[in-house]
Design a protein around this ligand. Structure first.
Ligand SMILES: [Zn+2]
Length: 400
């Protein structure tokens, strides 16, 4: 196919339009949601735009479904938001204007992950939907790039949103994997620990409580809990996450105190957790809090009765671990031509879907090395190849 021909294809046209919406997570995404909803409705699907207000901004998730009220349905899912590009050096083209040099396609979101959305729209339109034997459901989420907040809200109401359609069995999430199949990923959580001490003149240390000193003890607790986690590698996690098969902390940011001659009154740590399947952020943070309670808080209460240690701003994306075998894994492997080897190196909406009992697999046309980069691009083979593969997956699972 010549460059001119493929730029006339419907896949090009839909992709071009999706890329043109500035859906950076901080902005409202109602425009793209409406565009997607209209397209899916015109293909004969039932559609709901589920609106939310997140951080004061109007947002929407899009849910569409079609097919008989049978179990075993398939979800195709992707996120509508993109990471920022303004101020990111290195862009040679307008990030919102999709372009090609004949070999690769350029634009913010081509790999992560608007081309997959375009392929999903077209794959559904080209199927005989009246012949479906199992439901086909689309879930397009907002705010995936900010700790998956869109899907976290949606899963609370999903069964009612698609009422009449039994909850699907499988979700295929088209995040950038260059068609590798990932059945699992670690979860992610970020949180603050804030110490409120008692300030004063540094010449009289015992009159105050130095919050930075207390934070030093908290860092020791985190280190000890981290060491415990290291001893708890499940056999499947060793296979899926060979480099680091256990949950880990990262102390990312710290601030506290005002001047060298003042007792530091406050100190704040912002840290994160990568949560291996089998663990939960809540359980791990409970261990931290229990040790703080036993080892550190008695001193705080004595020295600074108005002080304390507070866990704040917790945001968590659950881990994902779906079965490594089964009919869908077989079908996907056959069509994609790959087998499962390991877990994904990032979190997705799949952890939220699995909390509803929906097994989720991550496999998409984009390339991870391109995601979030300037001049984000996608190979032309994956552009058309991804559409063809999706059509075959839908046909094999929902129609045959
Ligand atoms: Zn993504």
């Amino acid at each position: 196919m010549s460059r001119a021909e493929f730029q006339q294809s419907e896949l090009w046209e839909i992709s071009r339009q999706l890329i043109s919406f500035n859906t950076v997570s901080a902005l409202s995404n109602l425009n793209i949601a409406e565009f997607l909803a209209n397209y899916l409705e015109s293909s004969g699907m039932s559609v709901q735009i589920v609106t939310e207000t997140i951080a004061g901004v109007p947002k929407a998730n899009v849910v569409a479904w079609v097919g008989p009220a049978e179990p075993g349905g398939l979800i195709l899912s992707g996120h509508m938001d993109i990471v920022p590009f303004e101020g990111q050096p290195g862009w040679k083209t307008d990030p919102l204007k999709m372009q090609t040099d004949g070999k690769r396609i350029f634009g913010r979101g081509v790999s992560d992950m608007k081309i997959f959305l375009a392929q999903s729209l077209l794959a559904a339109r080209q199927q005989p939907l009246h012949q479906l034997k199992r439901p086909l459901v689309f879930i397009f989420t907002c705010d995936e790039e900010v700790a998956g907040q869109g899907s976290a809200r949606l899963v609370q109401t999903l069964p009612e949103v698609i009422k009449g359609c039994p909850l699907p069995e499988i979700a295929l999430i088209g995040e950038p994997t260059n068609f590798a199949i990932f059945p699992a990923h670690k979860g992610y959580a970020s949180f603050d620990l804030r110490v409120q001490g008692k300030g004063g003149h540094s010449s009289l240390p015992s009159n105050g409580l130095n919050a930075i000193d207390i934070m030093g003890q908290i860092l020791q607790v985190i280190k000890q809990v981290g060491k415990q986690l290291e001893k708890q590698s499940l056999p499947e996690n060793i296979q899926l996450f060979p480099e680091v098969p256990y949950s880990t902390f990262n102390n990312g940011l710290i601030s506290g105190g005002l001047a060298p001659n003042m007792i530091a009154e406050t100190c704040r740590l912002t840290a994160s957790l990568r949560v291996a399947p089998g663990d939960t952020a809540d359980e791990i943070l409970q261990q931290v809090q229990q040790q703080i309670e036993q080892k550190i808080l008695p001193e705080v209460r004595l020295q600074a009765p108005d002080g304390g240690i507070f866990l704040e701003n917790l945001v968590a994306v659950p881990p994902l671990k779906s079965p490594l075998e089964g009919p869908f894994v077989e079908l996907l492997g056959r069509i994609i031509g790959q087998s499962i080897t390991r877990g994904a190196p990032y979190a997705t909406d799949g952890g939220q879907f699995q909390s509803l009992g929906i097994n989720s697999y991550i496999c998409g046309p984009g390339e991870l090395a391109e995601a979030h980069q300037p001049n984000e691009s996608l190979a032309v083979e994956n552009f058309f190849g991804g559409l063809e593969k999706l059509e075959r997956i839908i046909h094999a699972w929902c129609i045959e």
